[in-house]
Write a protein that binds this ligand. Structure first.
Ligand code: FDA
Length: 308
């Protein structure tokens, strides 16, 4: 296995280690987590989002955390998101929310996650906002897609889904979703997945990514092109121009702290660009996935740690 893949796998495995999480939390600020995370609280997140908006960028935020230990914890997350929606609305910020169903109680039953997400969507609608459902590990994809479909069939409009290009199944999933006129975010995929469900080779993931984006755009689905990949971004811009797909039919999405100049350049060229600016004290697994995506980020963290 190439060295980069070994490092990626090690970092993704470490993302699930609670002892490492406790150690990392102790050194949070020192390891430079602020580059990727918009603070540990909503209070810290608001100025970050305001700064993004001031630079012509849209935003979303996530209350970081994956999996909750009981339904009371899921209820607490729902309340935090309701407060986020109120605050973004009150401050006239151009930002919505992105949620993980495990954080909203999926492991305690699809009904729990469904009801909690429905509450957030209802509130988001009142605030003129929107709820994006992230996609998590492959064993959760079916439940996530079922929940999204159920929400849409119950009449919820202000909700979107995400599909991961590394999964073989995603093209079929997209085809199944298209009759719903979905608002779909396409990502490459950030988890450690076995070769029987996900393309092991990056070149195949990239090709799948382009097929998914083109398929979604051609079908008229509002598409969030969530990537920092220059080549793909250029390709999508050219494809949209050639196919006469209006700029209002899609948006680029990137992560806080990743390619900030590219975010601004695209916005200046008239594209809608949304930056994911998550917040909360449970930032450790999120940070580990960002390190896994780019080994140079490990050096960034190490340099911060060694700084006197
Ligand atoms: P790729 O990994 O090929 O990187 C292309 C180039 O971008 C790299 O060469 C590097 O220069 C730069 N780059 C990428 N990641 C970087 C990083 N962390 N730090 C610095 N530079 C980096 N995944 C998932 O499984 N479910 C989800 O719901 C989401 N949601 C989501 C939302 C948004 C807005 C984004 C941008 C991403 C996600 N992801 C996700 C994560 C996604 O699956 C993927 O892991 C990352 O986007 C990295 O892949 P790229 O598409 O950027 O390409």
């Amino acid at each position: 296995m190439p060295r980069a893949s070994l490092l990626r796998n090690a970092l993704l495995a470490a993302a699930g280690d609670s002892r490492l999480a406790a150690v990392a939390r102790r050194y949070g600020r020192r390891i430079g987590v602020a580059r990727f995370v918009a603070g540990e609280s909503l209070e810290e997140c608001v100025p970050v989002v305001r700064g993004l908006n001031a630079r012509g960028l849209l935003a979303n935020t996530t209350v970081l955390g994956e999996g909750v230990t009981d339904t009371a914890a899921a209820e607490s997350i729902v309340r935090q998101y309701l407060a986020v929606l109120d605050r973004m609305d009150g401050e006239l910020l151009r930002a919505n929310i992105a949620v993980k169903l495990t954080n909203l109680g999926l492991d305690f039953g699809e009904d729990v996650a469904y009801r909690n997400t429905a509450r957030l969507i209802e509130h988001a609608a009142r605030c003129g906002s929107f709820v994006r459902i992230d996609m998590e590990e492959s064993p959760r994809v079916d439940a996530t897609l079922r929940t999204y479909r159920r929400l849409r069939e119950a009449g919820s409009e202000r909700v979107g889904i995400a599909l991961q290009a590394y999964l073989y199944r995603s093209e079929r999933d997209l085809a199944d979703l298209l009759p719903l006129a979905p608002n779909v975010r396409i990502v490459k995929g950030a988890y450690l997945e076995p070769a029987d469900v996900a393309y092991p080779r990056k070149a195949d993931v990239d090709r799948s990514y382009v097929r998914l984006v083109e398929g979604a755009l051609r079908a008229g689905a509002y598409t969030a092109v969530a990537t920092h990949d220059d080549r793909i971004i250029r390709h999508v811009a050219e494809f949209a121009a050639r196919e006469e797909i209006p700029a209002a039919a899609f948006e680029f999405q990137m992560l806080l702290g990743v390619r900030p100049q590219l975010q601004i350049d695209l916005a200046k060229r008239g594209y809608r660009v949304r930056v994911a600016a998550p917040h909360g004290p449970e930032w450790y697994p999120y940070l580990m996935r960002r390190l896994a995506e780019r080994p140079a980020n490990v050096l960034f963290v190490a340099r911060n740690l060694l700084r006197p």
